[in-house]
Write a protein that binds this ligand. Structure first.
Ligand code: PLP
Length: 399
């Protein structure tokens, strides 16, 4: 028998992954993926950028880059982040291979086997998997409509021993819960965390995908406050503002944490792809990122509204959800104790697919929710597919 390391031996394909492999039949309408629509990528801008590269830029693109990132991208990205009020000058910025790598590096920097880490319930599955890979003890803090339940957070902080190694949270357009954290909740979290030596990983992969400018004040980041006594490590991504195929993200972290993370990155992949970094730099520097994000905000808003209307028209009244204010997802609450895996099986028979609730539960148990994405499906397919999900829910949860 092959003698894998125990951390690898524990890795298993999930039941959901196996179910998903049934979901590739032709004509299947998928609300499962959390990826941008193919038809929305900025192909003209990418063509223009690629066809106008100088010989020197092409050489840079094909060469190894510094571990921290290409200097020109660090410069243009710094400018882009400073416009959002992020304290680039007093922190260090690192380009990573997707923001998932930034999360993975931070997990490696902080987690010894068995260490408690505070996560949201529900939480982004990619981060949970990274923390599990380092054998963290996941301590769930339930989410409410405006962010973490801060009473529950206080209880966890006061009772978890040893003290949690970090807190991971997603402030904007949560994956899967779709919510924005209110300023009030973030302020309460900062008060609770102050002086406890518990760093925060603030994962802001969906920052640009707001539907209403009025939400911008509410979206103020912990990292823009950069409160004294709390090390906030901010992560972001090019996946939602350019394309996940570039595999580019970033981390903005205090000097000491950054230094350790740079060493870790060196041992993983030495640098993120130079060719992607050259393209991303031009995309920001030439201003394309601003036009492009304005355009996709409009399109995702249209899709989010179409999905909201279709859900309101077809769901039984025992299912509730919050209207999306940005991002990619709507999180449906089924009647208590329902099994969204059973709903998924029925939905696949009807020709549509979504992601079950327990996928995002740190304990892998709570299954009376499900996530539908509106990012990778056009309005017409949303209108056809949503009633099929509603039918499956009705048949399984309220026959
Ligand atoms: C909340 C969240 N964080 C991080 C990521 C990782 O994105 P990437 O590694 O493509 O930058 C995702 C991807 O879906 C996400 O939903």
């Amino acid at each position: 028998m092959t003698r894998f390391a125990s951390s690898a031996a524990d890795l298993r394909s999930s039941e959901i992954r196996d179910l998903m492999s049934l979901a590739t039949a032709p004509g299947m309408i998928s609300f499962a993926g959390g990826m941008p629509g193919n038809e929305l990528f900025p192909l003209e801008a990418i063509d223009r950028i690629c066809y106008t590269l100088t010989e020197k830029e092409k050489q840079t693109a094909l060469q190894y880059a510094p571990t921290a990132g290409l200097p020109q991208l660090l410069e243009s990205l710094s400018d882009y982040l400073e416009r959002k009020g992020l304290p680039v000058g007093s922190n260090r910025l690192m380009i990573t291979t997707g923001s998932l790598q930034a999360i993975h590096i931070l997990a490696k920097a902080f987690i010894d086997p068995g260490d408690p880490v505070l996560v949201e319930a529900p939480s982004f599955i990619g981060a949970l998997s990274a923390f599990r890979a380092f054998r963290a003890n996941l301590i769930p803090v339930p989410l409410k409509g405006d962010g973490m339940d801060t009473e529950a957070l206080k209880k966890r902080l006061d009772t978890t021993l040893p003290s949690p190694k970090f807190l991971y949270y997603t402030p904007n357009f949560h994956n899967p819960a779709g919510i924005i954290y209110s300023r009030k909740v973030k302020q309460e979290m900062m008060l609770l965390l102050k002086g406890r030596d518990i760093p925060v990983i603030e994962d802001d992969a969906y920052n640009e995908l707001y539907f209403c400018e009025e939400d911008l004040p509410e979206m103020q980041l912990m990292k823009t406050v950069d409160p004294e006594g709390i090390d906030v490590c901010y992560t972001g991504s090019f996946s939602k503002i350019l394309g996940p195929g570039l595999r580019l993200g970033w981390m903005l972290a205090p000097e000491e944490i950054y230094g350790k993370c740079e060493l870790i990155k060196q041992s993983i992949d030495a640098c993120s792809p130079g060719i992607s970094q050259v393209i991303a730099d031009k995309f920001i520097r030439q201003g394309d990122v601003y036009d492009y994000t304005a355009a996709i905000r409009k399109e995702y808003k249209k899709r989010g509204e179409a999905m909201t209307a279709a859900l309101e028209a077809s769901l039984p009244s025992c299912v509730t959800f919050g209207k999306p204010r940005g991002g990619f997802y709507i999180w449906l609450r089924l009647p208590e104790g329902s099994d969204s895996t059973a709903v998924l099986k029925r939905a696949i028979e009807k020709g549509t697919v979504f992601v079950t609730g327990k996928t995002f539960d740190p304990d892998g148990v709570k299954n009376d929710f499900l996530r539908v994405s509106f990012c990778n499906t056009d309005v017409e397919a949303i209108r056809r597919g949503v009633p099929l999900i509603a039918e499956a829910i009705r048949e399984v949860c309220c026959p």
